[in-house]
Design a protein around this ligand. Structure first.
Ligand code: SF4
Ligand code: SF4
Length: 317
């Protein structure tokens, strides 16, 4: 099967971006990943550092006999209201349906379409599988990895989700595009927590400082010294993408799955008063469920600069 056919079918399945990488190890990228985790920059994200780290070395650990990794990208960019003082900010990827479900369904359709003409075995990966997905997406020609660590596509920017279909099909691989960050440092300068840090002559993300990590991945109590850094961010942070010049004319997603399912900028005080039932009703089927009620309340209280316990007492009153 020609890789052009794969790309056409991927577009038919709703992916704006598609390309092919070989299903083999990416030694240089894996070495960078290993030194990044060894430096503690993954924070408490154990799924990046436990036995699954070794699986990431080669996609054939996920599908024995794999020959190719079909990498896809799906836009999620949405028009957003103006930011207002005292109103919450949610990362724009979290406004619509949970992307894991959406991309998995579309990749499933793609896998079956391919199987109609070329029988194959496959494995679908969407974010959670131990795979260096940005590295394979770069190899597959979808974009370069910017200083903000996002994959950036020259015409489309970086507001897209990545997914992969690891397959036993032998397909002609694409080539990585050139890095177009040039001398730009906007994301580094705009990051409110200085989370993009120098490393080996380049830049990397220290997750422990990143608002996305702090508001979504970190469990338990919020470190006291970090409480003041959130601003109004209660779930994720998009600043380093918003300032990127390659997103200046980024297109919006036409997929209704990613249209906002809740008010994207509610007053912080309104969120602080949510009950667990209202939380579930408001954020059902969206990525916000990942933090659970307690996590979102912790973030809201940090944004309001209030002790979390005090807020719960107010709710109970
Ligand atoms: S997501 Fe926000 S906090 Fe994290 S690196 Fe980007 S700008 Fe900094
Ligand atoms: S803001 Fe500039 S340096 Fe950062 S990712 Fe975009 S182009 Fe690269």
């Amino acid at each position: 099967m020609q890789s052009d056919t794969v790309k056409r079918l991927a577009h038919e399945c709703g992916f704006e971006l598609a390309g092919v990488a070989r299903a083999g190890p990416l030694t240089g990228d894996y070495a960078l990943y290993s030194t990044w985790t060894a430096a503690g920059m993954a924070g408490e994200m154990r799924y990046l550092t436990d036995r699954r780290a070794e699986v990431r070395r080669d996609p054939r650990n996920l599908l024995p006999g794999a020959r190719s990794v079909i990498c896809v990208g799906k836009l999620y960019n949405q028009p957003l209201p103006e930011r207002r003082e005292g109103h919450a900010v949610f990362s724009r990827y979290a406004l619509g349906r949970d992307y894991h479900d959406v991309l998995r369904e579309d990749l499933e359709r793609l896998a079956h379409k391919l199987a109609e003409t070329a029988p194959h075995e496959w494995k679908i990966c969407v974010d959670t599988a131990p795979l260096l997905e940005r590295s394979y997406a770069r190899q597959a020609g979808l974009g370069w990895i910017g200083r903000n660590t996002c994959l950036i596509n020259e015409p489309l920017g970086s507001w897209f989700f990545l997914g992969e279909l690891i397959t036993t099909l032998e397909l002609a691989p694409d080539s990585p595009p050139p890095d177009r960050c040039g001398t730009c440092t906007r994301c580094i300068e705009a990051c409110p927590t200085q989370a993009i840090v120098p490393r080996d002559g380049g830049w990397t993300l220290d997750s422990r400082r990143c608002i996305s990590y702090l508001t979504i991945e970190l469990r338990g109590a919020f470190p006291e010294e970090q409480r003041g850094v959130l601003g109004s961010h209660v779930f994720g942070c998009d600043i380093c993408q918003e300032v990127c010049p390659w997103n200046a004319r980024a297109p919006e997603s036409s997929d209704p799955a990613f249209a906002p399912l809740y008010d994207p900028a509610p007053p912080l005080e309104e969120l602080a008063a949510l009950t667990p039932q209202e939380f579930r009703r408001r954020f059902r089927d969206t990525p916000v469920m990942r933090t659970k009620y307690e996590g979102l309340m912790r973030n809201v209280s940090a944004s309001l600069q209030e002790p979390c316990n005090q807020m719960h007492e107010q709710q109970d009153a």
